[in-house]
Design a protein around this ligand. Structure first.
Ligand code: URA
Length: 243
């Protein structure tokens, strides 16, 4: 396998970054500085060191992305020509096989954390309704939430043929008219769930942002539209969560 493909697969560097690291003498293959970004690497047996750190070979790629408003969580949108989360990644990422896909969907106008991976079995486990992966969103709504609204949202309510499971709602302090923002943590993910929950209380979502997904959190290091590889610790936490 080519070195640049190997480092990209292992979640360490894009092709451009690999080329730069090779030029800077920052990549060693079995103790010898790599001369080219396409130098051959034997994934299972060669020892690769990038900037002094041994690279752990990973057959799958894991990416954390901060989805902006208006981008769709699909792999392609031929029908409507909308921009997809995959189009926020460098083109080489879209050529990975197996292909990357978003692990769970956010609505077009919901922003925040999306995990992209090509580890199908892990994604399948994380998305299984029986797994109850915890997801937290910050929200703003059109009308203030009363204590009854919060209690009803937390207890579970009918969103049109389905009663939601209990969840956690923390409203932001708002001394005068009552809170119009806060955080909601769910362990399920029905279609438009939070929107429908607020509608069931005669309210309306103004903005929604996912700030955590299972063990992953959206940090300040990831501004809207940016992406990064998951760290080793995050990958291990995901695997533990999904096992
Ligand atoms: N609930 C919604 O209504 N939309 C999302 O994107 C996620 C949860």
């Amino acid at each position: 396998m080519r070195l640049d493909k190997y480092l990209s697969l292992c979640g360490k560097a894009t092709r451009t970054e690999t080329a730069r690291a090779v030029r800077g003498g920052e990549v060693l293959i079995n103790g010898v500085p790599a001369r080219r970004a396409d130098s051959p690497v034997e994934p299972e047996t060669d020892a690769v060191i990038l900037r002094g750190e041994p690279v752990v070979y990973r057959a799958f790629t894991y990416i954390l992305l901060h989805k902006p408003d208006g981008v769709v969580s699909a792999t392609e949108d031929r029908l409507h020509g909308e921009k997809t989360v995959l189009e926020l990644l460098p083109p080489e990422m879209t050529r990975l096989r197996p292909a990357l896909f978003p692990c769970g969907r956010l609505d077009k106008h919901t922003t925040g954390l999306v995990l992209l991976t090509n580890n199908g079995p892990l994604a399948h486990r994380l998305l299984a309704p029986t797994r109850h992966v915890e997801k937290t969103y910050t929200f703003t709504v059109k009308f203030p939430l009363s204590a009854e609204d919060t209690a009803a949202l937390e207890a579970g309510l009918d969103i049109g043929g389905y009663t939601t499971a209990p969840c956690r709602v923390e409203t932001d302090p708002a001394p005068e008219q009552g809170p119009r923002s806060g955080r909601i943590t769910l362990h399920e993910g029905k279609y438009h769930q939070i929107k429908r929950m607020m509608e069931a209380r005669h309210n309306q979502i103004i903005s929604l942002c996912r700030v955590s997904f299972g063990p992953l959190t959206l940090g300040d290091d990831l501004p809207s539209g940016a992406w990064r590889y998951a760290t080793e610790a995050e990958i291990q936490a995901l695997e533990a969560y999904g096992s």
